[in-house]
Each structure stands twice: as structure tokens, then as C-alpha cells.
Design a protein around this ligand. Structure first.
Ligand code: DX5
Ligand code: ZN
Length: 220
């Protein structure tokens, strides 16, 4: 199995030292930097916006994997693109026109991702596969780090992997929520190729980041 890409979620970082934390996970082997944007409306938590993404941009060359848990989405795409997002992922429930949102992200020159909540069926993606660059399967309900992995999502990952292979386009299949060395293995076996990990990356502090990321990569 190919080595997975690891996208540490900075939601579990020390927010008082975010720039330093981003540099530390970059040096520790992170492939992407996962930025969780929450609005207290689509999800019951509030995190950060484009100004923070912009402030962090100078701290790493790694792709910014920006996960928008906000509604509406479209009015904020430009701001996140300008702030330095490389991949912009949204939830189809957050706006009525998922296809239009994908087109808007692509028109900004960014990679477009679609995220499915645990209760959202894979068929939501059927008419989007021709356009999208990434599918993000939520293996917890969005809003907080440190939750337990919902195993039923493994079947969804398997189904999406089959659809992606059938379409034959280069579409990443990313999993987010409750990913540790054990569940990472299950996700990869089911067909994922990118793993988001908040708690599992940041546990133990900076001295442990490299070993934590290596353990996730080793799951492959
Ligand atoms: C949850 C976020 C996740 C979260 C993952 O809404 O989208 O990215 O930070 O955290 P862990 O890895 O701790 O479950
Ligand atoms: Zn996320």
C-alpha cells in the first residue's frame, strides 16, 4: 500500500503559538496542513477565519487543506483563496448549490473538495466526480477534535473508492476525525489516501510530532 499523505489538523495545536506549531509539524513530516474553519452556525463551534490563514501562510510551503464548516460558503471562497488556501473543501449541506460551489472554487484556481458528514450518503457525490479534486469523509460529526472514530464510515470510504476508480480521475480520498494509528490502518485498507489527524499528531507536544506522524504513515 502506498504511504498515505498526512494532514495534521491545527485545531489540536496550541493556538497561542500557531505559527511555531505549523513550522513544527512541517519539519516533523506533515504533507499538508489541515485548517478547520467553523462558524458556530453550521457546526457548534467557532475557530478561525481567512486572516489567520493568511498570517500562517508565511510559516510553511506545504499545501493548506482548508476545511470549511460554514454556511453560507460561496461569499467566503475568495477570501480563503486570497489568504493562501490550496485545497478548499466544503459541505454540500452548507449551501443549496454544491456544483456551483465546486465551479467557484475551481474558477479561483484552487483544488475543490467535498466533505460528507457521517449521516450523509456517498451518492451525494455522484454528479460531482467529474469536477472535484478531493472527497473528505468525516468519521466524526464535525465541530470538535478528540472524538471517537465512527466505524460505519469505513463502508462509505470503500464505496467512494470504487466510484473514484471507476471515474478514473485523480481524486484524493481523505478521512477526518478520530484517526489514530489503528483507525488509520482501517481507513487505508478501505481505500483512503489522505489522513487528517489532530489529536494523534499533537499528543505529547512538539518532541513527539515526528514520531506521531511517522506512526500514521506507518499504518500504510
Ligand atoms: C472536526 C474537524 C477535524 C478534527 C480532527 O470537525 O474537522 O479536523 O480537528 O480532530 P481529531 O483528529 O482529534 O479527531
Ligand atoms: Zn477537518
Amino acid at each position: 500500500m502506498a504511504t498515505p499523505l498526512i494532514s495534521p489538523s491545527i485545531l489540536s495545536a496550541d493556538f497561542a503559538r500557531l505559527g511555531e506549531e505549523v513550522r513544527a509539524i512541517d519539519a516533523a513530516g506533515a504533507d499538508w496542513i489541515h485548517v478547520d474553519v467553523m462558524d458556530g452556525h453550521f457546526v457548534p463551534n467557532i475557530t478561525i477565519g481567512p486572516m489567520v490563514v493568511k498570517a500562517l501562510r508565511g510559516h510553511t510551503q506545504k499545501p493548506f487543506d482548508v476545511h470549511l464548516m460554514i454556511t453560507p460558503v460561496d461569499p467566503y471562497l475568495q477570501a480563503f483563496a486570497d489568504a493562501g488556501a490550496d485545497i478548499i473543501t466544503f459541505h454540500p449541506e452548507a449551501g443549496p448549490h454544491a456544483h456551483r460551489t465546486v465551479q467557484a472554487i475551481k474558477a479561483l484556481g484552487k483544488k475543490a473538495g467535498v466533505s460528507l458528514n457521517p449521516g450523509t450518503p456517498a451518492k451525494m457525490l455522484d454528479y460531482l466526480y467529474e469536477e472535484i479534486d478531493l472527497v473528505l469523509v468525516m468519521s466524526v460529526n464535525p465541530g470538535f477534535g478528540g472524538q471517537s472514530f465512527i466505524s460505519s464510515q469505513l463502508r462509505k470510504i470503500e464505496a467512494i473508492r470504487k466510484s473514484i476508480d471507476k471515474v478514473g480521475r485523480a481524486i484524493h480520498l481523505e478521512v477526518d476525525g478520530g484517526v489514530d494509528a489503528v483507525t488509520a490502518r482501517q481507513c487505508l485498507d478501505a481505500g483512503a489516501d489522505v489522513l487528517v489527524a489532530g489529536s494523534a499528531t499533537f499528543k505529547g507536544g512538539p518532541d513527539c510530532y515526528a514520531a506521531n506522524i511517522a506512526a500514521l504513515k506507518g499504518a500504510g
